[in-house]
Every structure is written in structure tokens, then in C-alpha cells.
Design a protein around this ligand. Sequence first.
Ligand code: G4F
Length: 335
Amino acid sequence: MAKKALITGITGQDGSYLAEHLLNLGYEVHGLVRRVALEDPQRRLRRIGHIIDNLVLHPATLETYPSIFNVISRVPFDECYHLAAQSFVAESFNDGFSTMNTNINGTHYVLAALYELRRDCKFYFAGSSEMFGKVHETPQTENTPFHPRSPYGISKVAGFDLTRNYREAYGMFCCNGILFNHESPRRGYEFVSRKITSTAARIKLGMTEELAMGNLDAQRDWGHADDYVKAMHLMLQQPEPDDYVISMGETHTVREFCELAFGEVGLDYRDYVKVDERFYRPAEVQVLLGDSSKARRQLKWQPTHSFRDLVKEMVQIDMEEAPHYGRRGEDQGKR
Ligand code: G4F
């Protein structure tokens, strides 16, 4: 019998890579999607368009408990990957209330429904390196204290604690992944990596002239989403539930990302990148660097894409896709 997995956030970058991975492993893959996504499949289901016929999609919302309860009552899931969230840190400063609501209550609803209906279903929570925030030590490990610096980071700490508490209170198989930044050509245009690669491509193609950026000195430990979703699956195959840092173990500045991306298309970023204070955050996470030795040792997890390869792949795909962006890509690139 094929294992049954439920992915919340299946239409996002990570959800789409994870769905592909689980299908390849022979899973029956179910996804929770918002009803509006089903009404606009061309745009909202674009990341899973190539595998959609092999998926079972359930319209639901993370905003109410009955909606989640309904989906979980329908199928005897073996594994649940809870990836859905408001995941854009800058937006969480604009509307902390909705970020908290979706990210904290949504997680609580899923855990509570599993507790009621499927206590044996294994659960993965998408924790984040944003939880380390104003870092207490470098590199960050599973034992580094959290000090979140945004409503998003705070909501992820709450999700982390909820997950650990269902594990400790009820003996459920609940794991937290503490994933550092992970990117790909499927990344949303508002995140810094895709903003840089898509705009570098559009500048090269003569579609725009400059790139307005915030803090160029912020440092991130960037990996490839395709590698990171494999760690999520590995966590749920272990004999005991636990929490794991997933990272590359190297950090780069946003400036370096710009340099590499523009270099890929033969341009010097200094001629095009302008600093615009509108993109600064009220509180910044200045530097992140993860130590994933526990995951490498216990999960035997190993990333396969280097930072350079990641940037190169993203720029190449954006050079192919940019002519088809139209206004949408342009607007999103400006966030
Ligand atoms: O790409 P970012 O928006 O990602 P951020 O804030 O690090 O969060 C991402 O990674 C987390 C894991 O640590 C996830 F949990 C989270 O969901 C998300 O996927 O920004 C990266 C850095 C920041 O320091 C930001 O201030 O880039 C800096 N930056 C500088 N200029 C900019 C810009 N970020 C964006 N989005 N846009 C800019 O113009």
C-alpha cells in the first residue's frame, strides 16, 4: 500500500518540490489548497501544473479548525508536511496580525486535528532560521536560543513550540525542521534571491533599467529548495521524532548575490543596483549561518547544489522566462 502524505502549502516552492519527491518515492500525495487557487489554476497552481494529474487536491483554509478537520477526517494520512504560511518576512511587519493568525493558529489547527483523528500520523513543521533572529552564537545549531526579530519569526517560534509540545505531551511523532534560506527558480519574486535574478535578466534583455534594494550587507546561508525538501522527508523516516537544522554552512551577503547574478549575464551590479531605504526592515536579521552537522550525521542528508550553481540556475531560467513575465513579474520584482 502506498503511503499517504498531506502537504499544506503544496502550491508553493517547497510544496511543489516535496510533492515531486514523494511521488517519485511512490507516495499517494494530497495537497491542501485554497479554493481561490482552484479558480485560477493557470497562475496559482503553476508550480504543480506538471504533476497535477497525479495529486489529490483538497480545497480548504488554514483559517478555521473545521476546514482542516474536514480534510484530515477524509483520508488516513501517514505523514503530514505543514508548509503553508505567510512566509514573507517584510510583509509580516506590514500586517503582523494576519501573519500570526495564519502561522500560529493554522499550525495549531493541523496539530489539534491530527491529535483528534490521526494520532499516528507523522508531522513535519516548517520552522525557520528566522527564529534565531538576533543571533546568540554563530554558527546556529539546534541548541542556539531563539531571538526572533519580526512578527514572522515570532510566529515560527510559536509553531516550533506547539510542535514540540504535541510531541512531549501526547507522544506524537512531530518534527521541526529549522531550515535556513532556500531558493530555486520557483521562488516568489518578492524574496531577495528571485528579485535579483529576475531583475538582472530583465535589465540584460532591456526590459528595465535598475534594481532598487534594501540592506546589501545582510548575510544569509542560502541553499537549494530541492535539496532541503529531501531533509523534510528524511526527518519523518527516523526511529524517533526530533528537530534538525538544515543549512549549507556558508554565508554570503546580499551584495555578493547581486555580484554573482549580474556577473552571470555579463553585467557589473554596481552600475544597476540602487539602495532604497523603503526596502529596509524595522528590525533586521543581520547574519545567519547554520551548522547542520546533526542532520548530516543522523539523517545522512547531503546538499547537492552549490551556492554558485543555485544563482546560475536561477539566472538562466529567468533569462528564458523574463520575456513572458509581462506586468506581473515586473510588479512583483519591485516589492
Ligand atoms: O529573501 P528575503 O526576503 O528572506 P528572509 O527575510 O531571510 O526570509 C526567508 O528565509 C527564511 C529562513 O531564514 C524563511 F523562513 C522565510 O520564510 C523566507 O523564506 O531577504 C533576505 C535578506 C534580508 O536580510 C533582507 O533585508 O535580504 C535583505 N534584502 C535586501 N534588499 C532584501 C532586499 N530582501 C527583499 N525581500 N527585498 C529587497 O529588496
